[in-house]
Design a protein around this ligand. Structure first.
Ligand code: ASP
Length: 489
């Protein structure tokens, strides 16, 4: 007998079927024992009336894994449960096999779970994920990624995987470093984003790249941040800002219309606001433009454009990019922060191009605070969900950006020599974008934070309570890696 899923039982009325799954709850009514039975497709009610099965059925507890055979029949009138798809039917059990027993779970997996402490939920995440809400979130996430893949495939994009072990370069946040056993004293960095790789794919002539990319940033975690998170990362050759924005807008609209038909997009085309006006009007650059903030199904997308390219780094402040000024590579560069000269950093991305009309200023390194980047961000209901730009595809323009940031030629070559060299071999104009996929799913699923839409997230302070990572490692491992642990401060 082939296994039937609970969602299909109505097709088998009057027939005997086999089910396999979990006991969600057991209710004992004397001679009759009822269980709510669960598989990946949902719930069904099973009745044990057969005396021969009574003892075994009585031993069932929540989360036992069972295989059962039984007859599908209509529930008696008045006993239907219209809340579940199989609610007009039940299975009268004829045979029961216990495939695995279960310890009493630390919490009820049938509830929403938001009232259970996060520590406990994370420690037993594999159980937490059995909740219908989390099952839905993770399945919807998979559905969304599938949709993106087929949409972009249709638009002639190539999905390309890029390395996880890369080079540490200053791109905005702190890198996670990985000691290179075979190269004592040297380190790989986990990618903060595949930015450089995707641009190199443009040099390589793929023209349209995308990746569902894992990114790593060693930042203090917050509600909507994780040390590792997922981006939809894409890059296109021979495009202007409008082309990238248009394609992304089309994709977002298609996602909502096909996968979330209950949701309403407030304004199409998405409104475009300049950084200057948005900050003046809303005090931030990711405004919540919803006309009715109580409506969980209202989506107000907007583009923010015309960001300043650079911002000043205050001399005394903690440097945004210590690696730029502290001689981190051990190459003997002087390392002392520039105290007399103004120090600038990029507001978004060192690889961005300025808007065309500011290219002359960039190359001449003048009027720096006035230079406007080709950057575009996209916000949704008060969250930034993505951002990108047209890039500097000519080496001298990228060099000018790095020089404005205070890097001398030596430092530029150490950090970005590979990019400058690549760009010297005939690089098409290109631009792209990355979406914070976790955040987008979070908003679409009306969840309070991204941990609710990531199967195996970390806690707010970056721990995995299930496996207890991070953890200490053995002396032998450290030795192999040529590492010594200093005093903890
Ligand atoms: N790499 C950028 C980021 O992760 C996005 C982009 O410009 O494509 O924010």
């Amino acid at each position: 007998m082939a296994r039937v899923l609970t969602k299909d039982i109505e097709k088998f009325e009057g027939k005997e079927i086999e089910l396999a799954g979990w006991v969600e709850t057991r209710r004992d009514h004397g001679k009759l024992i009822f269980i709510d039975f669960r598989d990946r497709s949902g719930l069904a009610q099973v009745v044990f009336a057969d005396k021969a099965l009574h003892e075994k059925a009585d031993s069932l507890r929540s989360e036992f894994v069972i295989d059962l055979k039984g007859e599908v029949r209509k529930r008696p009138k008045g006993m239907e449960n219209s809340k579940i798809p199989s609610g007009h039917y039940e299975i009268s059990a004829k045979n029961l096999e216990i495939l695995a027993k279960a310890e009493t779970p630390p919490f009820d997996v049938a509830t929403g779970g938001l009232d259970v402490s996060e520590e406990v939920r994370m420690k037993y995440r594999y159980l937490d994920l059995r909740r219908p809400r989390l099952q839905k979130n993770i399945r919807h996430r998979s559905r969304l990624i599938n949709f993106i893949r087929s949409f972009l495939d249709n638009e002639e994009f190539t999905e390309i995987e890029t390395p996880i072990l890369g080079k540490s370069t200053p791109e905005g946040a702190r890198d996670y470093l990985v000691p290179a056993r075979l190269h004592p004293g040297k380190f790989y960095a986990l990618p903060q984003a595949p930015q450089q790789y995707k641009q190199l794919m443009m040099v390589a002539g793929f023209e349209r790249y995308y990746q569902i990319a894992r990114c790593f940033r060693d930042e203090d975690t917050r509600g909507d941040r994780q040390p590792e998170f997922t981006q939809l990362d894409l890059e296109m050759s021979f495009v202007k800002r409008e082309d990238v924005m248009e394609l992304n807008e089309k994709l977002l609209i298609a996602i909502i219309q096909k996968l979330y038909p209950e949701k309403k997009i407030q304004e199409i085309p998405f409104p475009r606001l300049t950084y200057e006006e948005v900050v003046k009007k809303y005090g931030n650059d990711r405004p919540d433009l919803r006309k009715d903030k109580n409506d969980p199904n209202l989506l107000a997308f907007c583009w923010i454009i015309d960001f300043p390219f650079f911002e000043r780094v205050e001399p005394e402040s903690k440097r945004a990019h210590p690696e730029l000024v502290e001689g981190s590579s051990g190459s003997g560069s002087t390392g002392s922060p520039q105290t007399s000269k103004e120090v600038w950093t990029f507001t978004h991305n060192p690889f961005s191009a300025p808007k065309d009309e500011f290219m002359a200023d960039l190359l001449a390194q003048k009027n720096i605070p006035k230079i406007i980047a080709s950057q575009y961000d996209i916000a949704l209901n008060g969250w930034e969900i993505g951002g990108g730009s047209i890039r500097n595809h000519k080496p001298n323009a990228l060099k000018a950006v790095l020089s404005i940031m205070g890097m001398d030629d030596k430092k530029i070559n150490e950090n970005f020599g590979h990019m400058l060299q690549a760009f010297s071999f005939g690089t098409p104009p290109h631009g792209g974008i990355a979406w914070g996929l976790d955040r987008l799913v979070m908003i679409l699923e009306n969840e309070p934070n991204i941990r609710e839409v990531i199967a195996l997230p970390k806690t707010g302070d970056g721990r995995d309570l299930m496996t207890e990572a991070p953890s200490e490692v053995s002396k032998g491992q450290l030795k192999e890696l040529h590492l010594k642990i200093g005093e903890k401060d």
